[in-house]
Design a protein around this ligand. Structure first.
Ligand code: FES
Length: 182
């Protein structure tokens, strides 16, 4: 009888330890997520000063996009899919209104990330194409609903009234996923 009670108590204690370990793990994961998210949003003082900003793109999964602000200007960052990259590279540059290769608009070794200003070069509207379900236009990029400009998956103007590609801001990679804008 005493043996049965001891076994029962032992089991209970082991269960508690497993639960306690699980809870500690959850806290650790929670703590890890918060810095990742906060790294996407530079602090207000840095933004206000117009200084370069550091952003870790690790949380931006393939097919996702984020918006940033630097010096008061909207910036899009898209982690492009293989299909989007292939489409961007396959274009005959001579046919473009604002001829630029995809290589001129991305960094070697980091072609999956496209980083561009986020205001249409026609009259400044914000093109759609970042959120899931957004229209991406006829070229897998962005669609400006104001007057119907279509940008491709390299942010180049392909159709509609906009005269120029979405410009690439000054930036550099400091690692596989870390960039400094400015
Ligand atoms: S502002 Fe984008 S098409 Fe006119």
């Amino acid at each position: 009888m005493a043996h049965a009670t001891d076994t029962s108590t032992g089991t209970t204690r082991r269960d508690f330890l497993m639960l306690a370990t699980g809870a500690a793990g959850a806290v650790a994961i929670g703590a890890a997520v918060i810095p990742l998210v906060s790294q996407l949003a530079p602090d207000a003082q840095t933004v206000a000063a117009g200084a370069p900003i550091d952003v870790d793109l690790a949380p931006v999964a393939e097919g996702q996009a984020i918006k940033l602000f630097w010096r008061g200007k909207l910036i899009f960052v898209r982690h492009r899919t293989k299909k989007e990259i292939e489409e961007a590279k396959a274009v005959d540059v001579a046919t473009l209104r604002d001829p630029q290769t995809d290589e001129q608009r991305t960094k070697a070794g980091h072609e999956q990330f496209l980083i561009i200003y986020g205001n249409c070069t026609h009259l400044g509207c914000v093109p759609l194409g970042n959120a899931p379900g957004d229209p991406k236009g006829d070229f897998d990029g962005w669609f400006c609903p104001c007057h119907g400009s279509h940008y491709d998956s390299s942010g180049r103007i392909r159709k509609g009234p906009a005269p120029l590609n979405l410009p690439v801001p000054p930036y550099a990679f400091n690692g596989d996923t870390k960039i400094k804008i400015g």
